[in-house]
Write a protein that binds this ligand. Structure first.
Ligand code: 13P
Ligand code: ZN
Ligand code: NA
Length: 283
């Protein structure tokens, strides 16, 4: 079964390890991520953006994720990532997602609070986890594009106020990371994370998990960032393996051959991220 990510993340935070939330873009990658997690006996979160819901369908995603979680017998959450649209949130919850993100971070604080409360009213009684974002994470995540100069870090006092006003059980404060692969080096504001973690009790979420040095991710986790989002690196590993297969054999026609390469690459990437956050053996 798919389980709510609230207890999973609370436990991880207490135990001072992280849980990786992998963005999946295809049905096959759902199986590969769960196979990687099963081999390492690690709880895991699958997440999809709105673009992936549009492409694959919420009910199909739930059906496949549920079947795979039962087959691999691993605690698995299914999360809707960066959603700005209340109708899609309703659709995902109705289909069986166990966690949703309402991303109203582009709006003023009061609007973000109101939007998040609206989602909490719907999700809470159903045991569905809710994630909200404060500040603005830079970079590109599907159709959400934030230029570097528009990225904005979360204000610790506002994080505290936000939790008090909304009761949201997981919070993604922008702390200097960006979506995608960095051009330079990320400048993570560890002092800010520590300050936020001092003021709020809920598990925090690290967005933009690709291309951050391992020790910096571990530092974030140790400060209370229990959910670590990884999209770009997993997607790239998958696509690069297929690209290489066709470069080596331009006439390749058997999907099993190139998907096997994609599977090996994606699994290896997923395992390295699971080991990085310390959730190996935590089932
Ligand atoms: P990356 O693409 O940098 O891994 O970011 C993932 C993310 O934050 C998804 O919400
Ligand atoms: Zn993100
Ligand atoms: Na990133």
């Amino acid at each position: 079964a798919l389980i709510s990510t609230t207890p999973m993340l609370e436990k991880a935070k207490q135990d001072k390890h992280g849980i990786v939330a992998f963005n999946v873009h295809s049905f096959d990658s759902i199986f590969w991520v769960l196979e990687a997690a099963a081999e390492l006996k690690s709880p895991v979160i699958l997440q999809t953006t709105v673009g992936t819901v549009t492409s694959l369908g919420a009910e199909n995603i739930v059906a496949v994720a549920k079947a795979a979680s039962e087959y691999y017998n691993i605690p698995t959450g299914l999360h809707l990532d960066h959603c700005t649209n209340f109708e899609v949130i309703k659709e995902a919850i109705r289909a069986g997602y166990t966690s949703v993100m309402i991303d109203a971070s582009m709006h003023p604080f009061e609007v973000n609070v109101a939007e998040t409360k609206k989602v909490m009213d719907l999700a809470k009684s159903l045991g569905v986890n809710v994630e909200a974002e404060l500040g603005k994470v830079g970079g590109v995540e599907d159709d959400i594009v934030v230029a570097e100069e528009d990225a904005e870090k979360a204000v610790p006092e506002e994080c505290k106020q936000f939790i008090e006003l909304t009761g949201v059980p997981t919070l993604a404060p922008a702390i200097g990371t960006a979506h995608g692969i960095y051009k330079g080096k990320p400048k993570i504001d560890f002092d800010r994370i520590a300050k936020i973690a001092e003021l709020v009790d809920v598990p925090l979420v690290l967005h933009g998990g690709s291309a951050i040095p391992e020790e910096e991710v571990r530092h974030c986790v140790s400060l209370g960032m229990a959910k670590v989002n990884v999209s770009t690196e997993l997607k790239n590993a998958y696509s690069e393996a297929i690209r290489q297969h066709f470069l080596d054999d331009p006439d390749a026609l058997d999907p099993r051959a190139y998907l096997q390469k994609a599977k090996e690459a994606a699994k290896e990437m997923a395992k390295s991220k699971i080991r990085m956050v310390g959730s190996e053996g935590k089932v």
